[in-house]
Ligand binder design. Sequence first.
Ligand SMILES: [Zn+2]
Length: 546
Amino acid sequence: MKRIKYLLLLLLPILIFACTTNKEVDLIVYNAKIYTVDSAFRQAEAFAVKNGVFIDIGSTEKIKRKYDAKASIDALGKPIFPGFYDAHAHFFMFADLLAQVDLNGSASMEEVITRLKDYQQANPNKLWIVGGGWDQNLWTNKSFPSKDSLDKYFPNTAVFLSRVDYHAALVNSKAIELAKLDSAQSIEGGVIGKDSLGDITGILIDNAISLVSRYIPQPVERERLLSLRKAQDSLLSVGLTSIVDAGLSFEELEQLKMFYQQDSLKIRDYAMIIGNPDNIDRAINNGFYESDHLTIQSIKLMADGALGSRGACLLEHYHDAPSRGFLLHTPEQFDRVIKKLASSSFQANTHAIGDSANLIILDTYGKYLKNSQKRRWRIEHAQIIDPSDMSKFAKFHIIPSVQPTHATSDMYWAEERLGPERMKGAYAYKDLLEQYGKLALGSDFPVEHFNPLYGFHAAVARVDQSGFPQQGFQMENAITREQALRGMTSWAAFSCFQEKKRGSIELGKDADFIILEDDIMTVPTEQLRKVKTLRTVIAGETVFQR
Ligand SMILES: [Zn+2]
């Protein structure tokens, strides 16, 4: 008995110490309006972070009383959200574009030429001038430009200019010469533009693009990293903490692995392998890759092209042209590739724009997927769906991965391409949401702007930046703010098998969060695009602060 008393006396100071000393954590955040985006869409005021994860969530009073923090943030009543997750984007393309000529928003071919000349003046020794972002739909003359407009000013420098959707390119005669392209050539799943005399016009569509692009010198590693970091700064400044890189080559993936191993990049990347009938075995054999920041476990396939360049594969001909577009590979090739993927453990994510492309991919997915609910296969864009195919998203458990700004960018001319009847199944985000129960939302940057709030605005208001059209474009397919927020956080994470560790502010999840200056759940819609990110935090570490 004496011994026990003695032991108690010895332990007493330790017990008292344990009761009065707060638990040490790395960070507490308090006085916030926190949208946790958990399943009940609960709000909170404060949380504590240790070792990069949320370890407690609750009231300001509780969190401040319970923890001793190495750092603390008084949010001053500002709203906090889980870090935004872009479910479909192109990090490498965006980075490369920063080192090239940005042609986005050019109002005419003359403006394109002016931007190219300015670039050449600043970079006089480049053998190739590479640019991207032109869109003839924004010009008075809406027909494709030709190489003649470039040859006049650039007779000795090769010029390669991607269209805004990256499904077409304009090249000049010098580039055609270096690529040894001749008018007798043709390619499956692509078009080499030719005039009535059979001469090459300089327009290349889909699979024809690489006939020239493969001759463009690739940026060396150091240049690549510099542009990726520059791109990353832009992404972090708008609250993005995770992105899906929708299709990288093996070489690019190796670079990415190295950059992350060196700790040179902060943003989390779910990188898809760009797959085709020729490399699918290699992709599958390489297996999965997983680190804190980089995940590789999915294959991106391309079924067809884009609507703007009439490369989307339609069931009936275009409303404004006597063609139906085309598939990038034959249905037999897709069948073979998808069959292989279904027996592997990879996730398949297929770009499908036209109603015919969507039908073929949905049916082929359905044909081979066993246990389809667990596989979480996706269709990227799911842009034009025949009404009779809509229910296949539910039936085969296919996640629609859509980009709401595509609706508000294409709305000016999409009906010219499709006619009124097919428009009903186009950009039908609410219909798709009702089928699967979730939507993965993305921006497709650099095809669209990288700011996720532009997509949020487009999804809920279905108007462009100027508020056009006043009544909203196909408002029956608008989604609610809560749905849109889930689409760019928890549902995006779900579409990448990461809902257990990302996409919401919940115990044990990665402490990826953002502080915004205004509450996007309550501000008037016309203010949504202007809301600024004040702070972006990944794994408890501030990576951007305004
Ligand atoms: Zn894309």
